[in-house]
Design a protein around this ligand. Structure first.
Ligand code: SR1
Length: 352
């Protein structure tokens, strides 16, 4: 899907959002009328336990989760991720001890989570996982279709640069979305042997963009023939762009990424920005979908094992053409980006 192919008006969705906002406050106080137990009583305790929490994507994801939780009368406890596997395990233990009815596990390293998640499931707690494969048939998996996302943006890279170029690649293995995007990158290189990966870098050390910039600076200096960088996480793209600007090579480089935020839109639209395209979902929508899927599960419904929010290709040319400056304007131009029909039920108020 692209912006050009999907321009609609948003009035129907705005009305839904306004109604949902009205429902949210009363839902917290008294539970949701007509909802299945336990949501008919309100105050259902749920935990969101993340591995990462800093950066635009995770802030927006949490915001979407909080809004949907509020509308459902859920008492959401957010455990912020500090990129610390031991701490994430400990937080899941804490959530179990709090007596939550459900847990959303967002990102993390599967091997450090599997047994503690099994403990939660055995205790009767419903668990859903976003972007971490816990290999447990009782844990529904939420993702952004990373295959579609990587394919869309790499197709654009080939459209812009042809099938022969020297590339840089930003990657940290072990994280489900990055590994799934990596599988697509491997396939693209195999199919197009004249696309040559000259250098690879990547780190999740905080602040991620600044740490990536230091690595990108060294890699781009050592490989001045790199003309395309595949950086499939917006913090990676931001860091690489920073390095390109420092080195004065922004004009001869093109960066293709994942994710989008209002700050990213500004960076992409800067004059002569090397960041030319991204493929993304609206992270607030993914946060809302995560809460809805868990709510369905807690209510005894089957949310499905694979819950997928589809990404959209967003190019600088499209952002400029429609003069899009914010996530709100992007959602207004492209309603499929601003909302999702995944994990819905008539009793779940619509916020996103
Ligand atoms: C370290 S993983 C970063 C990715 O997680 C989410 O899936 C976002 O899309 C981001 O790119």
């Amino acid at each position: 899907m692209s912006i050009r192919s999907s321009i609609f008006t948003l009035s129907r969705i705005s009305l839904g959002l306004a109604l949902a906002a009205g429902v949210a406050d009363s839902a917290l106080a008294a539970g949701l009328k007509g909802a299945p137990a336990p949501f008919d009583k309100g105050g259902v305790k749920v935990a969101l336990v993340g591995y990462l929490s800093a950066g635009d994507f995770f802030q927006a994801y949490e915001g979407g989760a909080r809004r949907q939780a509020k509308a459902l009368g859920i008492d959401l406890r957010v455990f912020p991720g500090k990129q610390d596997a031991a701490q994430q395990r400990e937080q899941i233990e804490q959530a179990i001890n709090l007596g939550v009815k459900g847990i959303i596990v967002s990102h993390g390293l599967p091997e450090s989570l599997k047994d503690v998640v099994r403990k939660a499931v055995n205790a009767g707690i419903k668990v859903v996982a976003f972007d971490v494969n816990l290999g447990n048939p009782k844990v529904p998996q939420i993702e952004q279709s990373d295959k579609d996302l990587a394919e869309a943006v790499l197709k654009q890279a080939i459209k812009d640069n042809g099938k022969a170029f020297k590339a840089g690649y930003v990657y940290v293995p072990g994280f489900a979305p990055l590994d799934r995007r990596d599988a697509v990158w491997k396939g693209v290189k195999q199919t197009n042997p004249q696309i040559v990966e000259k250098a690879r870098w990547g780190t999740l050390d905080n602040p991620i963009a600044t740490s990536v910039a230091a690595q990108a600076n060294a890699a781009l200096r050592a490989n001045p023939d790199i003309s395309v960088v595949f950086a499939p996480y917006d913090e990676f793209a931001r860091g690489t762009k920073l390095a390109a600007n420092e080195l004065g090579v922004a004009k001869k480089l093109k960066i293709y990424s994942a994710d989008i935020s209002t700050a990213d839109i500004a960076e992409i639209r800067e004059p002569n920005s090397p960041w030319v395209a991204t493929a993304a979902t609206n992270p607030a929508v993914v946060g809302a979908v995560s809460v809805r899927a868990l709510a369905l599960y807690i209510a005894g419904k089957d949310p499905g094992h694979n819950i997928v929010v589809k990404p959209t290709l967003i190019t600088r040319a499209d952002l400029n053409r429609y003069n899009i400056k914010t996530m709100e304007e992007l959602s207004a131009k492209l309603p499929a980006f601003g909302t999702s029909d995944v994990a819905r039920a008539s009793w779940i108020p619509q916020v996103q």
